[in-house]
Design a protein around this ligand. Structure first.
Ligand code: FES
Length: 97
């Protein structure tokens, strides 16, 4: 399962192995800003408060785009973070602005 918290909505959805957090948010109509889907704009930045182990390791572009402290604190780019195993994941959309 995945709990997705957008600006005005929280939804619990079935997580799908291989799907990105952004794909799941869009599919389930959670208000989740994004622009490029390539890891460069950071509009899709999110914070993972639970279940990071069920997501893929940060992609190369996330390591470039996000500060090491952000990665350490649980921030990810939702267009890059993909589900890799079953289990509860809690994610909140947290863009810079
Ligand atoms: S949509 Fe641009 S970085 Fe994710």
């Amino acid at each position: 399962m995945m709990e997705l918290q957008g600006r005005s909505i929280v939804k619990e959805v079935e997580s799908v192995i291989g799907a990105s957090v952004l794909e799941l948010a869009r599919e389930h109509k959670v208000d989740w800003g994004f622009n490029c889907t390539r890891g460069t704009c950071a509009r899709c930045r999110c914070h993972v408060s639970e279940g990071m182990e069920h997501l893929t390791e940060p992609a190369e572009i996330e390591l470039v785009r996000l500060e090491p402290e952000e990665i350490e604190a649980g921030f990810r780019l939702s267009c890059q973070a993909k589900v890799q195993s079953a289990g509860m994941v809690k994610v909140r959309h947290r863009p810079y602005f």
